[in-house]
Design a binder for this molecule. Structure first.
Ligand code: PLP
Length: 391
């Protein structure tokens, strides 16, 4: 790859230049489908088998296509190293089980992606890892829950699923003692950089905005090399190994990430501002709106406000059911970050297993809808949503 010119490149440019070391002269990433590589002799085989993050040994240890994707993410996160996994949950479960042991304590934020919450409440509890949940929107909440000598990890997610609550990255990055992890999926690597705030590991479900086309299932973490290497050593045993095909698709997604997220975030802002005026809408949750209680924090720590918004319908469950039945352009599906605008009803899907009390604590009300804004013309989306909202 050509040397990077001075001055340092802008993030959108780094999304184009990063992750090219393993593709020769090909502009598109090379797909290394191989699960295994040949060694020269015993000494060479020993070196490959025992080295850290060997690239050409056995694909559970590393794969050049996956490495290209990881390198591109490191460029965007400002990280020494990144490590990809077979899914976002593969990343989360591997990080927790790599770094925490029975008897350890985790402080996690309360409003979390539902599978992360289920992992912390289920397997972690079963393995004797205690978790304290805090309200991340309250200043000082993480620090107040730390148990010196016992708290091994702090896990935040910002913006959070599904209510778009924010955690203060300076506050999380300033905690001393535990390893701090931020699930930054909803922001994308171009929306915020947790590592620049002192956070140890930035984590993404690359299934979402990074891959961006609903054709890859992938997770990725970024941080200092020693810490990422420690997670790698465990991940070889855990085996949530990414597919090179998915890494290829995700790296293709990285190339267009800036232009996609810029369009989607602008559309989300437009839809949020418009829908706020609708009598059938009780509230819109989006960090870019002045009405978001943490809008000032969003402006301080985010470069764009994300591609997801949540709307709370005045008519509750019945209104949500009507909207899902009536939308024609907007599709009923649970993921986010892709070209198609999607709507989902957390109370009956992602959060359906919660008790009524847990739903109340999580703010998953009967009328809450999560909207992932896609790449359609926003005026068409607004027309579709207005028609679906009509009495
Ligand atoms: C989707 C998602 C995950 C899980 O990622 P998978 O790729 O589906 O395993 C974790 N955190 C957030 C915020 C997500 O949106």
């Amino acid at each position: 790859m050509a040397d990077q010119p001075d001055p340092p490149l802008q993030p959108a440019t780094r999304a184009i230049t990063g992750g090219r070391a393993h593709s020769g002269r090909s502009l598109a990433p090379a797909l290394w489908a191989s699960s295994v590589w040949q060694s020269d002799d015993m000494a060479d085989a020993r070196r490959r088998a025992t080295g850290t993050r060997s690239d050409e040994f056995y694909s559970r240890y590393g794969n050049p296509t996956v490495r290209s994707f990881e390198d591109a993410i490191s460029e965007l996160e400002g990280a020494e190293a990144s490590l990809a996994f077979a899914s976002g949950m593969g990343a989360i479960s591997s990080v927790v089980l790599a770094l925490c042991s029975s008897g350890d304590h985790i402080v996690a934020q309360r409003n979390l992606y539902s599978a992360t919450l289920a992992f912390l409440q289920g397997p972690c509890a079963r393995f004797g890892i205690e978790v304290t949940f805090v309200d991340a929107t309250q200043p000082g909440a993480f620090a107040a829950a730390l148990r010196p000598g016992r708290t091994m990890m702090v896990l935040a997610e910002t913006p959070s699923n599904p209510r778009l609550e924010l955690a203060d990255l300076d506050e999380v990055g300033g905690l001393r003692g535990p390893i701090t992890v931020v699930d930054s999926t909803f922001a994308t690597p171009l929306g915020q950089q947790p590592l620049a705030h002192g956070v140890h590991l930035s984590l993404h479900s690359a299934t979402k905005g990074i891959a961006g086309h609903n054709d890859a299932t992938l997770g990725v973490i970024s941080g200092e090399r020693d810490l990422v290497d420690a997670v790698w050593a465990y991940s070889v045993l855990h085996g949530a190994t990414p597919s090179p095909f998915d890494a290829l698709n995700a790296l293709r997604g990285v190339r267009t990430l800036a232009v996609r997220t810029r369009h989607q975030a602008a559309s989300a802002q437009f839809l949020g501002e418009s829908l706020q005026q609708h009598p059938g809408v009780a509230a819109v949750h989006y960090p870019g709106l002045h009405t978001h209680p943490q809008h000032d924090l969003a402006k301080r720590q985010m470069q764009h406000f994300g591609t997801v918004l949540a709307i709370e319908l005045a008519g509750g469950m019945a209104a949500a059911e009507q909207l899902l039945a009536r939308v024609r352009l907007v599709r009923v599906a649970t993921s986010l970050g892709g070209p198609e605008t999607l709507v989902c009803h957390p109370a009956t899907t992602t959060h359906a297993s919660l008790t009524a009390e847990e739903m109340r604590i999580q703010g998953v009300t009967p009328g809450l809808l999560r909207v992932s804004v896609g790449l359609e013309d926003p005026s068409d989306l607004l027309t579709d949503l207005h028609a679906a909202l009509a009495d």
